[in-house]
Design a protein around this ligand. Structure first.
Ligand code: SF4
Ligand code: SF4
Length: 460
């Protein structure tokens, strides 16, 4: 899932003041290291002013969180029960067959292998930063702290509050921005043995308040339901998150998925990069929009995103191209309005995320000659306030094979906790650890992709 991979936006939202973030970011614009005339950077294909679906004249602002306000005609049109049990996988595979980028990546994987490709990608980011004269991420943060007269505080790990599990890379979609390079071709999955070790750590780590399950499409991995059931039994107090791509709800074998999520009070965080069909299908594949809307309505029917139900349905927006997300609050308001008016959908919160310059997205940018420009955009929009809430300072992320990382991005890049080698076979594994407290003294592995977490409003 977007990736997945997106935890500290929760921290950010809970513990920071978005207005101050924005102010600080605007302040940074004025001391930017590149030409300010290129601004603004907050353009988005989800254009609050321009992208509208045709609909009757708006009468008044909708009461977005009340299911009773649904227009049942709209709901019945978009609630596609005929899609239940109809897989998206064949369409995804057919698109991958003809897409030049996917074909090229597959070829590179065959000839170079994952490790060499990852090192090459890292070198490309470094080259882009060198061209701008930008130092290592940690040095850059120190420099900015000095400029802002802040105490230079090292970026260190605090007790783990979020345990993130990437339970496997298999997915029914193959999105263009996917930082884990998921698709129906990826078969890597967490075994039950590894899942048990993760659950044992969860039990022994009282500081953890959130279990964040991601993938791939986590629900399609063999350990997903086992993890949810056991985690709820062992730790009834915690928030269990399912990073849901929505279309999975219609996949064969998932007919009872929503019922299962309701029963275990799972918090659903779902990806929806736009409220326009064209934009969603462009980023996530043909047919994804209709299925996503239908899935959201199915979730609403069971109480998700409905006031008073206790069932939380949050949405995630990420840009459709090489630009930063717009300010979260305004976009959330627009999402509520558009989704409710056009489809009768309600939800709780919208979170915005920056596309990380890693894996499939980095690859695409590099091939198009846009990686340098994107890195420059990230550096230009560095926001010191985001460094208080980086996901890696209070999260531990576990890969499908049990290896332990600071975040899902480091997982995909092979930077395991406590190891200086990339893709270190001997790096720490969940079977070596009893409680997450044992990791407190391991430093965080920052590298040149981390600028993606500190641009604009932050993202990770
Ligand atoms: S390919 Fe799958 S895991 Fe990757 S972003 Fe799309 S839905 Fe999420
Ligand atoms: S990418 Fe870097 S800054 Fe972002 S969460 Fe991971 S380690 Fe932290």
């Amino acid at each position: 899932m977007l990736s997945s991979s997106i935890n500290s936006f929760i921290n950010r939202t809970l513990s920071s003041n978005p207005t101050s973030l924005l102010r600080s970011n605007l302040r940074f614009f004025s001391s930017s290291i590149v030409d300010d005339s290129k601004l603004p950077d907050y353009k988005t294909s989800v254009n609050v002013a321009d992208i509208k679906l045709s609909r009757p004249e708006k009468k008044e602002k909708p009461q977005v969180s009340k299911a009773t306000n649904k227009d049942l005609t709209k709901v019945s049109k978009w609630r596609r029960k005929d899609l239940h049990g109809q897989t998206l996988i064949s369409a995804t595979l057919a698109e991958m067959e003809v897409d030049e980028d996917f074909k090229r990546t597959l070829q590179d994987l065959k000839t170079m292998g994952k490790k060499k490709m990852t090192l090459e990608e890292r070198k490309n980011r470094r080259r882009a930063l060198d061209e701008m004269g930008v130092p290592d991420f940690k040095d850059f943060v120190k420099m900015k702290q000095n400029e802002e007269n802040q105490n230079v505080t090292p970026l260190t790990r605090s007790p783990t509050q979020i345990l993130q599990l990437n339970v496997g890379l298999y997915c029914n979609q193959a999105c263009g921005h996917c930082h884990v390079e998921s698709s129906p071709r990826r078969k890597e999955m967490m075994s039950k043995e590894t899942a048990s070790a993760c659950l044992s750590i969860l039990k022994n780590s009282p500081s953890v308040t959130t279990l964040d399950i991601t993938g791939g499409a986590p629900e399609l991995q063999e350990s997903f339901r086992y993890i949810v059931e056991e985690a709820r039994r062992l730790r009834p107090d915690i928030d269990i998150i399912d990073r849901c791509n929505l279309t999975v709800i219609h996949e064969p074998g998932q007919e009872d998925l929503i019922e299962f999520l309701v029963e275990h009070k799972v918090h659903v965080i779902a990806s929806l990069p736009c409220y326009s069909e064209k934009n969603v299908n462009q980023q996530r594949g043909s047919g994804v929009f209709d299925r996503s809307v239908s899935a959201l309505l199915a979730l609403n029917e069971e109480g998700y995103g409905v006031e008073g139900s206790g069932l939380v349905l949050d949405l995630v927006y990420n840009p459709l191209g090489a630009f930063l997300p717009p300010p979260q609050e305004a976009l959330e308001e627009k999402y509520h309005e558009e989704l409710n008016e056009n489809f009768g959908i309600t939800f709780n919160n919208l979170y915005t995320m920056t596309n990380m310059p890693v894996k499939r997205f980095a690859d695409f940018l590099h091939r198009r000659g846009e990686l340098n420009e994107y890195m420059e955009l990230l550096v230009r929009n560095f926001n010191l306030d985001t460094t208080d809430n980086l996901m890696c300072t209070n999260t531990v992320s576990v890969g499908y094979d049990g290896k332990i990382y600071d975040c899902d991005f480091n997982n995909q890049l092979g930077f395991a906790i406590g190891s200086s080698k990339v893709f270190d076979e001997d790096a720490k594994n969940v079977s070596d650890v009893e409680s997450l407290e044992e990791l407190l003294n391991d430093g965080i592995q920052f590298d040149n992709h981390c600028y993606g977490c500190t641009a604009g409003m932050g993202s990770s």
